[in-house]
Design a protein around this ligand. Structure first.
Ligand code: TYM
Length: 319
């Protein structure tokens, strides 16, 4: 089985990225041949600062490795180290119906948030389809916000296969219901662009501040509290054991504990959870050439596979 996923280096990684994609991707790396990349071409649709793009890309590599990506099992590389994806994106774009791209939620959301529209932003799903198809991927671990992009990928693969003969496999999204949409401190989907993120490797003081500012209702301390709409409980459930979750559930329902106390418990759990990863991150940072070595090995492996698939595509379409 080939497993593939990507992450944009548009900022610092948050716990939505972690539970939605990184943790499932790390869990899958032992089950097949994994390809994980830093989507720097995609990030260009919103980030136009070369120094920041370069630094963010390295930091994503560092954070992913610190969280447990094993470069002996998974190829980790920059998207732009496999420029063949842009060739495939062009070929796919020649069969991509405009209507299909016009219906893409993520494009519509970005425009609604005031991001200037560009052909790159509009074509974003086509490049993403190329990312997936160029490695003959079977499984794509992602959060729910990427589901439609994978459906578009499948549509484009089918269109190519119908037009030019069997070229591509159809990839399957891997989305875990429990972590498909991790909420941010305001209860909306966690996203850097909404400013509601809690970062994986944020400083202690800032992380505590963010957790303590999770939005709650105004239920008094002594009263029972609504579990169903509690961001605190939802986030705590990601970090705690079954018993700990059951215990917090009971205290929510019983009343007598204030939201402030629950938030402190969430912070402690979260901080402890990432402690080994913070340590590993320091170790990686101490080895100056480690990240570059991993990325160049990953790029080599990714190029080998991409070259094989592109040969097939070029032959099939007549180039
Ligand atoms: P990106 O960089 O926005 O996010 C990376 C991954 O994190 C997941 N994610 C979340 N999951 C649950 N809850 C959240 N609050 C949350 N926030 C982010 C995303 O679903 C994603 O899986 N277009 C992609 C990058 C990409 C890609 C690809 C992914 C480019 N090519 C090919 C897979 C395959 C993106 O912008 O992800």
């Amino acid at each position: 089985m080939r497993i593939l996923s990507g992450i944009q280096p548009s900022g610092v990684l948050h716990i939505g990225n972690y539970f939605g994609m990184m943790q499932p991707a790390i869990a899958l790396q032992a089950q097949g041949e994994a390809f994980y990349f830093i989507a720097d071409y995609h990030a260009l649709t919103s980030l136009r600062d070369p120094k920041a793009l370069r630094e963010n890309s390295r930091r994503v590599a560092l954070d992913f490795l610190a969280c447990g990506l094993d470069p002996e099992r998974a190829a980790l590389f920059r998207q732009s180290d496999v420029p063949q994806v842009t060739e495939l994106a062009w070929i796919l774009s020649t069969v991509a119906p405009m209507g299909l791209l016009e219906r893409a939620h993520s494009y519509k959301d970005k425009i609604a948030r005031g991001i200037a529209s560009s052909a790159g932003l509009f074509n974003y799903p086509v490049l993403m389809a190329a990312d997936i198809l160029i490695y003959d991927s079977d499984a794509v671990p992602v959060g729910k916000d990427q589901k439609q992009h994978i459906e578009i990928t499948r549509d484009l693969a089918v269109k190519m296969n119908e037009t030019f003969g069997q070229i591509f496999k159809l990839p399957e999204p891997r989305i875990h219901t429990a972590t498909e949409v991790v909420p941010g401190i305001d209860g909306q989907k966690m996203s850097k662009s909404y400013g509601n993120n809690i970062d994986i490797f944020g400083a202690e003081k800032e992380t505590r501040k963010r957790v303590m500012s999770i939005v709650t209702d105004s239920t008094p301390v002594e009263a029972p509290k609504d579990l169903a709409r509690s961001t605190i409980f939802e986030l705590y459930s990601l970090f705690a054991t079954k018993n700990e979750i059951a215990e917090m559930r009971e205290r929510f329902q019983k009343g007598g504990t204030g939201y402030g106390d629950f938030k402190k418990e969430l912070f402690e759990k979260l901080w402890l959870y990432f402690a080994p990863m913070r340590k590993r991150r320091e170790e990686i940072l101490a080895d100056k050439s480690y990240i570059d070595n991993v990325l160049s090995r990953g790029a080599k492996r990714a190029n080998e596979v991409a070259d094989v698939v592109m040969k097939r595509v070029r032959a099939a379409v007549g180039l």
